[in-house]
Ligand binder design. Structure first.
Ligand SMILES: Nc1ncnc2c1ncn2[C@@H]1O[C@H](COP(=O)(O)OP(=O)(O)OP(=O)(O)O)[C@@H](O)[C@H]1O
Ligand SMILES: [Mg+2]
Length: 255
């Protein structure tokens, strides 16, 4: 192996994104909730990290904190080793993009898809056409408004818009749960394809441990704001270190 190739491989092992000891507390209606408790993680270039855990365990809060939609109470966030604590979405949008469960709601209903894609990314028509093709859509859909697309088409449009910004990281929060099973599989396949073609890293939040275990390189299991299990997918699935992960796994097997 040449020295240069070894250097490149070494660089690729550096995390593109990391969080360390993240904490977040909410006070509402006289109650205190701790959705993030000393949460630390790393994502390497081109990696898909799955986050699973029951409802209320803190998954969406973690994505909102990573994206700058909310500030953690304490802890450190880095992109390529650079501290970005306190950045709002307008700044983090240069390197990461959120994809939401409700794709329709993430588009302006009055705009055509082409205008939304252009204004959301600054891309020209040629770049938009290339990306539309990459996500498996056709040019004619660009003239339509979001309500005239199917759920799957709209979700593909939101992935196209995110990729057009040249973001290195996609944060996906339950992006397939509003879709039928066949369309879910297509959108998930698309994620694995864009990871390979665009070399993006993906954090995929899902209730569905079976789905996550199919496509993720590593898995993080959250419970009550804590990471209770974390590791390579095969390790977490074959030898879960935590009781809660074993319970999640058993619930899949017994379905
Ligand atoms: N803005 C807020 N104010 C007060 N509490 C909040 C707020 N946002 C979230 N929470 C609480 O924080 C906890 C974690 O919520 P979060 O949305 O991160 O969970 P989740 O793992 O994404 O759940 P789900 O799987 O249902 O989407 C929950 O108890 C929730 O009620
Ligand atoms: Mg959530």
């Amino acid at each position: 192996m040449t020295e240069m190739k070894a250097d490149i491989m070494q660089m690729n092992r550096q995390p593109v994104l990391s969080g360390s000891n993240l904490n977040k507390t909410y006070h509402s209606g006289g109650r205190t909730v701790h959705p993030l408790q000393n949460v630390s993680f790393e994502v390497c270039p081109g990696e898909i990290l799955g986050i699973v855990g029951e409802s209320g365990s803190g998954k969406s809060t973690l994505l909102r904190v990573i994206s700058g939609l909310e500030c953690p109470d304490s802890g450190v966030l880095t992109y390529k080793g650079f501290h970005y604590h306190g950045y709002g979405p307008e700044k983090t949008g240069k390197f990461l993009q959120m994809i939401f469960q409700n794709a329709y709601g993430s588009f302006d209903p009055r705009m055509t898809m082409e205008r939304s894609l252009r204004e959301g990314s600054g891309a020209d028509r040629q770049e938009i056409l290339r990306m539309i093709c990459e996500v498996g859509l056709t040019e004619d859909l660009l003239e339509r408004k979001p309500r005239h697309l199917s759920g799957g088409q709209c979700q593909r449009m939101s992935i196209a818009r995110a990729l057009l910004t040249h973001a290195q990281i996609l944060l996906c929060d339950e992006i397939t749960s509003a879709l039928d099973v066949t369309t879910q599989a297509q959108v998930i396949k698309l994620l694995t394809e864009v990871r390979a073609a665009e070399d993006v890293s993906i954090i995929l939040v899902s209730h569905d441990l079976a789905l996550v275990s199919m496509i993720c390189d590593r898995i993080m299991v959250m419970q009550d704001g804590y990471i209770v299990d974390q590791g390579k997918t095969e390790d977490v699935i074959n030898a879960p270190s935590d009781y809660y992960t074993r319970k999640l796994l058993n619930s899949i097997i017994s379905v």
